[in-house]
Design a protein around this ligand. Sequence first.
Ligand code: ADP
Ligand code: ASP
Ligand code: MG
Length: 412
Amino acid sequence: MALIVRKYGGSSVASLDHIRRVAWALASAKEEGDRFVVVVSAMGGETDRLLKMSEEITPQPSSREQDALLATGEQACSALLAITLESLGHRAQSYTGMQLPMITDGIHSKARIIDLKTDVLTRALDEGIIPIVAGFQGVSENGSITTLGRGGSDTTAVALAAALKADCCEIHTDVDGVYTADPSICPRARHIVRISYPEMLELASLGAKVMHVRSIELAQKYQVCLIVKSSFHNDRQTWIVNEEEIMENSIIKGVTLEKNVSKISLIRIPDRPGIAYQIMQPLAEAAINVDMIIQNVSIDGYTDLTFTIPTTDLGKASALVNEVAKKIGALEVRADNNIVKVSAVGIGIKTNPGVAAKMFKSLSAEQINIEMISTSEYRISCVIEEKYGELGVRAVHKAFGLDREDSTETIQ
Ligand code: ADP
Ligand code: ASP
Ligand code: MG
């Protein structure tokens, strides 16, 4: 009998009514003889509510306590779903990350999984109990509760599917699959039937929050069969597969908008060896991901350096950079969170030289100024002013011929 990991995201368990609908779907799957492990997110909006509460107490709560607090969202939801299933006459049991346990490193708010035990789950399955795992959380080797980063329940699900050698991992959400752009900002986005792991990885890391980045890395590494589908409608879905399984490749697979991005500029820093290292090292030590980096040409032995980081790390990063700026004698440090990143993603980029020009043209046609640019094998990204983000996505999406003609058109 097939074993499936079924993950339900926040919007699918947003109220007791939603939880009841999920329970009905699980009960009927169980009656049909399916074996599955369930992973849940917190009820929609709960993680934000908890975050806001702690930030009302202090703007920089300790990361250990913040994680302990946020993990309760998933914990409550898993118990509520178990209670609902029991009320329908099914045996179900909830598990926190600590109860499995899922061991992670100690980097709070973006912990990575080190080890995952599944004995309690296989025992429950053997006894006919539906196991319901609280997503997004683990426990560090020193016993602190950790979280895997926003959207991290997808990663819990894929990690469990890999550890259990499940036949498939289904991500049940509020869209019926992956689209060529976020359908909530680009109504003409097309449904994608099959997408490769590397393309999905790029889309996710550039802002397509339909999948958590780390979940795609794990799925590719452990060759987990991964499907994105709607929680309550069964018409279509997206398969995330190996590159070789895609028959036809479009140059651009999708366009993304990344909102969690800010930039820091150091003005007039000495242009000599070791300066970039001095700036970046404290950020690396604080586990802050620096993304795009631009250094201007040197004039009179001085230059400017600008880089982007997640807005969620802006406070911490600014404090660190200001300290270094004093040491190296920078004229000024400027922080700007009024920006977003629009990216075009596709494996055809490396072999099609005109792609960048087409993207720049589509943005300029809308009078959108490009502040920073970066390219790689699979993507081209432009940093632009925040207020033009959605317009920028639609313009680039259209320029690459991704707009659909009717409401059902899909990309194979
Ligand atoms: P869940 O709570 O189920 O984890 P998320 O909100 O994390 O759901 O992810 C689903 C949302 O991702 C969709 O509602 C959609 O707005 C957004 N999204 C962003 N980019 C895409 C894309 N390319 N395809 C589909 N959905 C996308
Ligand atoms: N509840 C967490 C969040 O809102 C994790 C998740 O939903 O996957 O980010
Ligand atoms: Mg999600």
